[in-house]
Design a protein around this ligand. Sequence first.
Ligand SMILES: [Zn+2]
Length: 175
Amino acid sequence: MEQSYISDDVFEQIKDFDLKYLTEEQKLLIDKLIPNEELKQRYKNYGLCKGCKQPNTGYVNWCQSCNSKRFQQNFKNWTSGNSDVDKLIQESQLNAKSEDEKLEWIEYDRFENIEYITKGGFGKVYKAIWKDGRIKSWNYETNQWKRYESELIALKSLNNSKDITSEFLNEVILQ
Ligand SMILES: [Zn+2]
C-alpha cells in the first residue's frame, strides 16, 4: 500500500538532494521512494521539514503541521480584544499551508511613522512601518520565528468597533 508519510529511512536518503538540480538518477530514486504523488510534489517544490521530517506544505520551508502547533502554543499570549477577530486570526494560523496564508495580531506599539492618508469605507486609512515584519518561517537555530524586514503597511482605523461585522471580516479575508 502507498504510504502517506515519509519514513526515517527515506528521509535520510533524500534529505541532502539539491532540489533545483536533481540528477536523472535522483529523480528515479525519488519516484521509487515516494510513490504518493502529493507527497512527492510537496517534496520537490518545498523540501523537507526539519521538525517532523515530512515534506513541507508551502513556501518558505513552511510545514503546516509543525507551524500550526507553534501558533497554537502562542494563542494564550495575545488577544485582539474581540473573540471573532481572535478566531479569524487563529484559524488562519492553524490552516496556513504557506507563509502568505496566515494572519498575525500586531500590537499598536509595533508600528512607527504613522501617517494619515485618506478616509476609507470603514474609517481612516494610514500608512505606517511595521517594525517586525511578517513571519517567514521557523528558525531551528534560535527556536524562534524568522521574519521578513520591517515593511511599509496600510493601517485602517475603524470609526466604531461595532463595525467589526462578519461583512467586515470577510473583506479582511479577501485582502
Ligand atoms: Zn513539520
